[in-house]
Design a binder for this molecule. Structure first.
Ligand code: ZN
Length: 572
């Protein structure tokens, strides 16, 4: 490729829309351009990187007997109604109608389509296991699209779906995909850590996310310093510590005091001069329309995912002011567990608090010295708090540490959630009609590229791993006006091409500084500079992008050196 022809408009300044490094560099290096919030056009260099990641994914999926298919992006509402997700998916789903008024959506994921695809064809256990995958655009109308490819509304995803006869063989499909994912990210030059996660709207019980640790990550990952335990913070388990004998003594008498206008934990603790950890936060929720109370320690945050899972409800939302008044007889901000007649669920930490401060269920009042059993009962104790760095490990006696992470992939055991809802069955060995046991496995292709950049850059630009670099080599003659340089560059360019090496010749009539800056910004792993002086001595200079090391070599050694380097792949 000739640089003068390449459509790769580079930018000297960072566009104001970009906040994180991968987003800035993808715009500056001319890899992509924004067309609407969360939607991007890939330019030639960007698309080459995307295609290389896709190819790695394809090879690893094929290696575990995945078969590639391509399903429609536009999906009929009826299938989503069968699974019950037409409603559940909410505003994140892009919906549209055809000319007859039939409803469709732009696929945010493909469980429904793929289940419908196999249910009429797969009849016997002999056709199983079946693993189908595709690489395609997905659509989610994110409330806050941001960070370029990290959180887009249109994004490229590889999604695989496995169909098995039972949970044992699902286990094999699941771990095959898990290990394929490890290889995929390794081949992309990424260290991705599998962590326990929540299954969210997809459903299912067992799931791992693959996380790349990076400051810009939107997720908090907790991992144990002593054992292998690692989990997304929203999923990380809390530990129930038994109450020690004599831990809680000297129960003081109940006292209700006026706390005018103080309704938040911060306001209360400041007003009464108590620590937030000695207060109990009482949150009133509507779980499938029914009011319940949830208690967490004042300095803890409630994790709604855990509460929802524990209650096994479909919808969970904070109660409105009217409901709160009906339940507590007070304005929002003054609820407490004493005398409440709705079910009350408490986090484990509540067991340990003596003489707590709680809302008095009376406007502008709080109650002091509240004690479990003596003053209030709970329906059940469970793990409700947001787990934090510094909390104990749920698997050993170690302590959890935190790091920001970018989720690049996720594997799920779905079980029979979709096959039950959509009647996707097969005949087992005994001739009995049995639901297909499913798994699903996603990789964000664009997000993987962004994560690679987050981990591979310097002040001059991107440093591509060899495996996914848009081109491996750029040949830069210092002056195209110098005939000797131009012709030496042209023959090197042709020789590299003949060797099957991906090479760009910077044939632009630009100052060398401009060419070098662009080469570093785009991040070609290898640059060959051809200058007048070295050429006279029969030499050219190789510059390795990652280390910035320079090497002057005889002209005839250039191609073999590059070939060796590409073969050994010592920079991945
Ligand atoms: Zn541990």
């Amino acid at each position: 490729m000739l640089m003068s022809q390449l459509y790769s408009p580079t930018l000297r300044e960072t566009p104001s829309e970009a906040e994180i490094i991968s987003h800035k560099l993808m715009l500056r290096a001319g890899l992509m351009r924004r067309s609407a919030a969360g939607m991007y056009a890939f330019l030639p260099l960007g698309l080459r990187v995307i295609r290389k990641v896709e190819q790695i994914i394809r090879e690893e999926m094929n290696a575990i007997d995945g078969q590639e298919v391509l399903m429609p992006i536009i999906q009929p509402a009826e299938l989503w109604e069968e699974s019950g997700r037409w409603k559940d998916y909410g505003d994140e789903m892009f919906r549209l109608k055809d000319r007859q008024g039939r409803q469709f959506c732009l696929g945010p994921t493909h469980e429904e389509i793929v289940t419908a695809l196999v249910r009429s064809e797969v009849r016997s256990y002999r056709q199983l296991p079946l693993r189908l995958y595709q690489i395609q655009n997905k659509y989610r109308d994110e409330r806050r699209p941001r960070f370029g490819l990290m959180r887009g509304r249109e994004f490229i995803m590889k999604d695989m779906y496995s169909f098995d006869r039972d949970h044992e063989t699902l286990d094999q499909s699941y771990w095959a995909a898990y290990h394929a994912y490890k290889r995929i990210f390794e081949r992309c030059g990424l260290e991705a850590h599998p962590v326990e996660a929540d299954s969210g709207a997809i459903g299912g019980d067992v799931t791992h996310e693959f996380m790349v640790l990076a400051e810009s990550g939107e997720d908090l990952v907790l991992f144990c310093e002593a054992c292998e335990y690692a989990a997304n913070a929203e999923r990380a388990e809390g530990v129930r510590v038994p109450v020690q004998e004599g831990e809680k003594t000297a129960f003081e008498p109940l006292e209700t005091v006026a706390t005018p206008g103080a309704s938040t934990i911060d306001q209360i603790s400041a007003f009464l001069g108590v620590e937030p950890k000695d207060c109990i936060k009482t949150l009133i929720y509507l779980a499938d329309g029914k009011p319940i109370a949830a208690l967490v320690r004042g300095d803890h945050e409630l994790n709604e995912i855990k509460l929802k899972k524990f209650l096994q409800c479909v919808e969970l939302e904070l109660a409105d002011d009217e409901t709160i008044f009906k339940v507590t007889k007070a304005r929002t901000g003054f609820a407490g567990p004493v005398g409440l007649s709705i079910p009350c669920y408490a986090d484990y930490a509540i067991e340990h608090i003596a003489n707590a401060v709680v809302g008095a269920n009376k406007d502008d009042h709080h109650t002091l010295n509240v004690n479990l059993d003596r003053d209030f009962q709970v329906t059940a104790f469970t793990d409700l708090k947001e787990t934090q760095p510094g909390d104990p490990c749920p698997r050993c006696s170690g302590t959890l540490q935190g790091a920001r992470g970018v989720e690049v992939g996720q594997v799920f055991k779905l079980g029979t959630k979709y096959s039950d809802a959509m009647s996707a069955t097969f005949l087992n060995e005994d001739g009995k009609e049995t639901p297909l046991v499913m798994g699903c496995y996603g990789i964000g292709v664009g997000r993987t590229v962004a994560a690679v950049i987050e981990k591979n850059y310097d002040e001059d630009g991107i440093i591509w791993p060899l495996s996914i670099a848009p081109y491996q080599v750029v040949v830069v003659p210092v002056s195209m006006k110098d005939e000797a340089q131009a012709s030496a560059a042209q023959s090197l360019y042709e020789e590299l091409q003949a060797e099957g090496i991906e090479v760009v010749l910077d044939d632009r009539d630009e100052r060398p500084g401009v060419k070098f800056k662009d080469a570093d910004l785009i991040g070609f792993p290898i640059r060959v500079t051809i200058g007048a002086k070295s050429l006279e001595q029969g030499q050219m200079e190789i510059i390795w992008r990652r280390t910035k090391e320079k090497q002057s070599l005889p002209i005839e050694a250039i191609v073999p050196t590059i070939k060796n380097f590409l073969r050994d792949g010592d920079q991945i």
